[in-house]
Design a protein around this ligand. Sequence first.
Ligand SMILES: C[S@@+](CC[C@H](N)C(=O)[O-])C[C@H]1O[C@@H](n2cnc3c(N)ncnc32)[C@H](O)[C@@H]1O
Length: 207
Amino acid sequence: MHTIKIADVSLNFDADCPNFKRHASFHRNEPPVVYGIMNLVPGIESPESRMFEIGTGFGCGVVQYARMFPQLEIHSLNILPEQLAVPLPAGEAMSKDDIGSYARQQGVAYTQHYGDSRRFDFGQLGEFDVVMVDGCHEYEYVQADSRAAREMVRPGGIVIWHDYTTKHDLGQQVMSAIDYLDEAEFDGSITHVQDTMLTFWQKEISS
Ligand SMILES: C[S@@+](CC[C@H](N)C(=O)[O-])C[C@H]1O[C@@H](n2cnc3c(N)ncnc32)[C@H](O)[C@@H]1O
């Protein structure tokens, strides 16, 4: 696992935007970091760039990505209550009406998918420039979602994980899962941004 400082990756995004202050799903210091990480992807500003998020919630992240990169084609997946295989912590089992409701209210155009990430057919959707892993925080799910994300991301593209933290119990599971994968399957190439809950990995562009 590499570590870098916030200043090494953060770009001067407008984190004072009132929307971030009221509705940020990220830790306060994270939107500029997410923006900086996404800017590491060659061609991210191009009209063809695409992002997939595992775990929509109310769609606060979707709103942020769309504001950062207005041309980005955004897809997001969330499980419906009737599809749950394991009980979710309070507040994470969301009704169909609530899933993505903030993004819809903000008029953000994106594609909402419904399903359990461990059963979802990601392959049908092609490759993505960025995949955000922020769905179920159970150890096994984080591993499965991470492997799916690694497959989906194009060469040069980036997988970002949220909730890499010791600050809450589920974060510990996320952390253990990512630490295991980093050593066992990613050759130590995952990077943690210090003082944030964010880690990321960039797929090599083979020559
Ligand atoms: C932390 S929230 C996502 C927050 C969102 N990424 C944002 O930035 O606003 C996690 C979401 O993942 C969903 N979820 C949990 N288990 C899932 C699964 N197995 N498949 C898909 N989504 C899941 C939950 O219903 C919840 O809405």
